[in-house]
Structure formats: structure tokens, C-alpha cells
Design a protein around this ligand. Structure first.
Ligand code: HSE
Length: 295
């Protein structure tokens, strides 16, 4: 039996739609062993698909197929801390768990690059899967087959406060509301900010983050799907956040704050409640630089 730890991820980081993502110190765990049948269980009270439609199983089977092997079955036991359909990379965590687990069971025939490519092919975009595998902040371009990526480890005194509402938002719905075309001006608006985000985060120029997280490709449309989104952004900025953005496809909102901003979490909880926004959880994390690993 192997045990895998997979981090949650936050994608887009504002303007870097489908290109930027980072891993968080918040983890799912999957225990896996080969079996002659499919046996899937949950180690907590989170319901998971227990048949061959389970995404961890599907991804493991894909890897076996790529390696010319047939997967007869698997015994899987999942611990799901990452909430589903909240913009924190829960489906990427399943894909990556399936691939890393299956690759380990086969004696690691595929390289890290192969795994990054395969994960993006399954998910359709690389900005959650790549940081879930690699850790750190990842800049990725997916050409439809290969991912061209750079992972950078981050050692800043920043914390990432996930403001998690009590409702789900499926990525398909959050992608369906986006425009098919954008203007040249809006494209420039985004690409300049996406570049500014990574450069500023990595060099410690945090005062740029508030400008860098603005975008014209997805957040203005998705805000309409997240009740009280603007109010939550405003509250986070009032308490000194450097930058606030919709995490992945939402509905979680991510606020970046300085480690020295000691009571950020408590102040957020208090102000959200005070504003009548009772369904929001506040959870603080740091960047995970390790990515998925066997434990
Ligand atoms: N880049 C993706 C999106 C992340 O925003 O739709 C969510 O999977």
C-alpha cells in the first residue's frame, strides 16, 4: 500500500488565466494498492464515487494505458480535505493522485514532464494540475499536448487566506460564462498583469500585487456567479491584503496577506459575520514548495 499527499492549488492568480497557479499547504491523501477489483472507500465522511468513474481511478487507468498495461482494479482510500468545486483544485488533486500512484505502482516508467503533460491533457488546462504535481508557483503554457512550464519555489513571508463560501461552483459553469473573444486592449491588460504578478511575488514587490490581480478575461464575469464577491474583496483590502482574486474558477476568493498581518484571519471572520456574510469560512495557508509526494 502506498500513501500519497497532494496539495490544494489556486489557479489563475488574477490575470494569469489558464497559465499561473500555486500549491497550498492544504492536502488530500490517497492510499493505493493494486487489486483484481475496484475497491474505493473514503477515510472520512466525504462521499466519493466508488466505481470506475472515480477520477483517481480513471487517471490511474489512463497512465496504465499509456504504458501499455491493463489495470484490472485498485484499492483506493481517500482522505478529502480539499472541498470540492470551490476553486481549490480538488479535481486536479484526484488526477495527480491517480497518475503519481499508478506511476509508482509500475516502477516510475514516466518522467515528471510526462506526468505534467498527461495531467493537463486529462484536466484540459495546466494551471491546477502542474502546481499540484510540482509545488511552488508554476507558469505553464499548454499547447494541447505538451506543457511548457517553470516551477519557482517561493520563500516569502506571505500567507494565503482562502475565503471559502458554502456553495459549489462547477468549473464548466464558470467557464461557460466567459466571452469567446476579447479585444486587443484587454489582452494587453491581462498579459502585462500576469507577468507583473509572478515577478512581483518572487522579488518581494508586494505593493504591485493589488494592480497585478486585476483582469478582464474571467473575474468580471465570474463575480456575477458569486454572491457578495465584491463586498468580500473590499473587506479583505480593508484589512490590509496585498491582493485579492477569485481562486481558479471560484467560488473561493483568495487574499494574500503579509505574515506580519497577525490577526488577518480573525479580522476577516469578524467582519464577514458583521456584514451578515455567515456562510464564509476563512482558512490560512502558505505556499507548498514540494508538490505531490509519497509519505
Ligand atoms: N484556469 C481554470 C479556470 C482553473 O479558470 O477555468 C479552474 O480549473
Amino acid at each position: 500500500m502506498i500513501k500519497i499527499r497532494i496539495p490544494a492549488t489556486s489557479a489563475n492568480l488574477g490575470a494569469g488565466f489558464d497559465a499561473l497557479g500555486l500549491a497550498l499547504s492544504f492536502y488530500n491523501y490517497v492510499e493505493m494498492e493494486e487489486s483484481d477489483r475496484v475497491e474505493i472507500s473514503s477515510a472520512d465522511d466525504i462521499a466519493v464515487p466508488t466505481d470506475e468513474s472515480n477520477l483517481i481511478y480513471v487517471s490511474a487507468k489512463d497512465l496504465f494505458e499509456v504504458c501499455g498495461k491493463k489495470l484490472e482494479g485498485l484499492k483506493l482510500r481517500q482522505t478529502n480535505n480539499i472541498p470540492m468545486a470551490r476553486g481549490l483544485g480538488s479535481s486536479s488533486a484526484c488526477i495527480v493522485a491517480g497518475l503519481v500512484g499508478a506511476n509508482t505502482l509500475l516502477g516510475n516508467p514516466l518522467t515528471t514532464d510526462d506526468l505534467v503533460d498527461l495531467a493537463a491533457q486529462i484536466e484540459g488546462h495546466p494551471d491546477n494540475t502542474a502546481p499540484a504535481l510540482l509545488g511552488g508557483i508554476v507558469t505553464a503554457v499548454f499547447d494541447g499536448r505538451k506543457v511548457h512550464w517553470v516551477k519557482q519555489e517561493v520563500f516569502t513571508k506571505l500567507k494565503f487566506a482562502a475565503l471559502i463560501p458554502d456553495f459549489e461552483l462547477k468549473t464548466e459553469k464558470a467557464r461557460a460564462c466567459l466571452p469567446k473573444e476579447v479585444s486587443h486592449k484587454d489582452a494587453v491588460y491581462n498579459l502585462s498583469r500576469a507577468a507583473l504578478f509572478s515577478a512581483s511575488l518572487l522579488t518581494g514587490k508586494f505593493e504591485n500585487l493589488r494592480t497585478a490581480v486585476h483582469d478582464k478575461l474571467h473575474q468580471p464575469y465570474r463575480m456575477e456567479l458569486i454572491p457578495n464577491c465584491r463586498e468580500v474583496f473590499d473587506i479583505a483590502y480593508t484589512h490590509g491584503a496585498y491582493g485579492v482574486f477569485i481562486s481558479g474558477a471560484g467560488p473561493t476568493i483568495m487574499a494574500i496577506a503579509d505574515e506580519s498581518n497577525e490577526f488577518f484571519e480573525g479580522k476577516m471572520k469578524f467582519s464577514l459575520e458583521n456584514a451578515g456574510l455567515t456562510g464564509w469560512q476563512v482558512r490560512e495557508f502558505h505556499i507548498d514548495n514540494e508538490g505531490t509526494k509519497l509519505i
